[in-house]
Design a protein around this ligand. Structure first.
Ligand code: MRU
Length: 339
């Protein structure tokens, strides 16, 4: 299976990302509760993939209700509620659910069709975004007169989408143009999306990379070893503030200090004009054990407590550019997402 998430007309298929990089396994999700568990446990994750998962979740609810002869409207309402509650920060999840739900007035098959449309559209959207972002990196490459040393955080590749990727999609497109010398991948504590998933993708793509601990990134920028930072987003507020994986804000501060571009890749579906600023974004807090244990082994003493915000907000003033499939927004110059 090359797609991170897919639909076979009856069930949802996902690559179980908790097993990567050592075990590439596709799992079949038959019930909405199984999908909700898969989202909560990050078996399927990343904002664009969550948007598609939300929409397909309603298709799944419809198929099960049809088989059991149950009321479709109630099944869709229940599924929308269950799925929306799984992860609050990535706006794509609620967006995908709403997109599919709005089609119900035209009948259940219209919901399924809408979900499949979002699934198919994701690939083209990411490819368009990636080319636009690679153009931007091309300008940086021309300024420096050499190929680029890039730094990225978390996982924003095909595993975070249906295929291809957003920030990692830009890096992939830039690599295809011969513009990438090296990619520094932050390990992305506590769940190691960088060390486990981004490395897995870069390995398969043949793009040179090295993993760095999260805390090393600012120092490496300060020493001139990074030409640009390229990251994804989970939600962009109307003023251009960007919610993304915890640790992103530190990268943006360091990039500003080192005077290097801080580029955010986000499909239009990640832009949330209804949320005024980053302060209005609900930040998901995840279980303490994700920090206190590593690979199932407790590392902190019994009784130790942890605080585990999964995302942070980078103020618009630190964001050089937000690249979408349609445009480049420049928040640091005062541009917001509306318009
Ligand atoms: O908790 P995750 O792994 O779902 O967080 C993912 C991120 O923060 C990504 O940077 C973001 O969703 C963009 S993915 C193209």
């Amino acid at each position: 299976m090359s797609r991170t998430i897919d639909w076979d007309g009856r069930d949802i298929l996902i690559i179980d990302q908790t097993r990567l990089p050592h075990d590439e396994r596709t799992v079949r999700l038959h019930r909405v509760e199984e999908l909700a568990e898969a989202i909560t446990r990050l078996r399927v994750r990343g904002a664009p993939a969550l948007g598609v998962a939300g929409a397909l979740g309603l298709a799944l609810a419809i198929r099960r209700a049809q088989e059991a002869g149950q009321d479709i409207g109630s099944a869709v309402d229940a599924a929308a509620g269950t799925l929306a509650a799984t992860r609050p920060t990535a706006t794509n999840l609620a967006w995908g659910i709403n997109q599919a739900r709005e089609a119900l007035s035209a009948g259940p098959e219209a919901v399924v069709q809408r979900a499949v449309q979002l699934l198919e559209a994701d690939v083209a959207i990411n490819r368009a975004l990636a080319q636009r972002g690679a153009d931007l990196l091309g300008e940086r490459q021309a300024d420096l007169g050499r190929s680029l040393r890039l730094l990225t955080h978390c996982n924003t590749g095909s595993l975070a989408c249906v295929e291809w990727g957003t920030a990692l999609g830009i890096i992939r497109a830039a690599h295809e143009r011969g513009g990438v010398a090296d990619v520094l991948v932050t390990e992305t504590r506590p769940l190691l999306q960088g060390a486990r998933l981004t490395t897995w993708e870069l390995e398969r793509l043949g793009i040179p990379y090295r993993v760095v601990v999260d805390g090393a990134a600012p120092a490496l920028m300060q020493r001139g070893r990074v030409d640009a930072v390229v990251v994804g987003a989970d939600r962009v507020a109307a003023n251009g503030d960007v919610a993304n994986k915890i640790g992103t804000f530190s990268l943006a501060l360091a990039a500003r200090q080192a005077a290097i571009p801080f580029i955010v890749a986000a499909p239009e579906s990640t832009l949330d004009p209804a949320t005024a600023t980053g302060l209005d974004i609900l930040i998901e807090e995840r279980p303490e054990d994700e920090i206190l244990s590593v690979n199932g082994h407790r590392v902190a003493p019994a009784g130790a407590r942890a605080l585990n915000p999964a995302f942070d907000v980078t103020p618009a003033g630190l964001v050089t550019a937000i690249v979408t499939e349609r445009r480049v927004i420049r928040p640091a110059l005062g541009e917001g997402v509306i318009g």
